[in-house]
Design a protein around this ligand. Sequence first.
Ligand SMILES: NC(=O)c1ccc[n+]([C@@H]2O[C@H](COP(=O)([O-])OP(=O)(O)OC[C@H]3O[C@@H](n4cnc5c(N)ncnc54)[C@H](OP(=O)(O)O)[C@@H]3O)[C@@H](O)[C@H]2O)c1
Length: 230
Amino acid sequence: MSTYLIIGGSSGIGKQIVSDLLSQGASVISMSRSQINAIPQGHIKHFQHDVCSDESFPEIESGLDGIVYCPGSINLKPFKGLSINDFQEDMNINFFGLVRSMQAYSSNLNDGASVVLFSTVAVNTGMPFHTSVSAAKSAVEGFGRSLAAELAPKIRVNIISPSLTDTPMSAKLLKSERQKEASNDRHPLKRVGTVNDISNMATFLLSSNSSWISGQVFNVDGGMSTLKLL
Ligand SMILES: NC(=O)c1ccc[n+]([C@@H]2O[C@H](COP(=O)([O-])OP(=O)(O)OC[C@H]3O[C@@H](n4cnc5c(N)ncnc54)[C@H](OP(=O)(O)O)[C@@H]3O)[C@@H](O)[C@H]2O)c1
């Protein structure tokens, strides 16, 4: 039975990935700052840990067939309104938390394991108010590609780059009916993403069905990054 570590498995996309992996019969270890109440069968353990803290990461003894790193941010502000501290916070949660996590657990990865990271559509499609988050996610993409090269052929690393997806993180952007309609309409496929849209790609990338894919960035974005409707 495969065992996966889902960092940020208590909410949004990560929570859906945990649920989908458990339905597929996998074993799951999760981690987040908050505690989760019910642990279903197959969910071996939930660690309460802040990946941005200086405390050492909880020890995991078992081998891992995959790691997914979900913590991130959507801090959208005009560049003039962003302080150095805002940039540092975005780097900390999106990038340094990822580096710390991989330093803690990469030696647990079994041969054939798969790592899945998250970027954003705004890295390759310039969008106003995204300077801080797109800079931090660009670091994730560069890190992920380099790590994929370094760990090949035994371990694969891929990145998912979503557009706006309905989760607790994006709730403030999808509060009103007007915001939801405008956001749906901005996407060529006329809707924002669901956690299932993103989890489907993540579980594919974790599975052996994607065993010839590494070092890639997948735009799961309703056509946002590549299509322009006339
Ligand atoms: N939703 C979107 O529209 C969208 C678009 C593009 C990219 N993305 C990316 O997709 C990924 C998942 O986003 P999401 O929307 O599913 O977010 P979410 O609903 O806010 O979930 C984030 C998860 O990470 C955990 N987390 C946050 N900070 C943490 C920390 N310091 N230490 C440990 N765990 C932490 C959260 O749990 P706790 O709060 O309990 O710690 C939660 O389980 C992110 O990297 C995000 O940048 C999302």
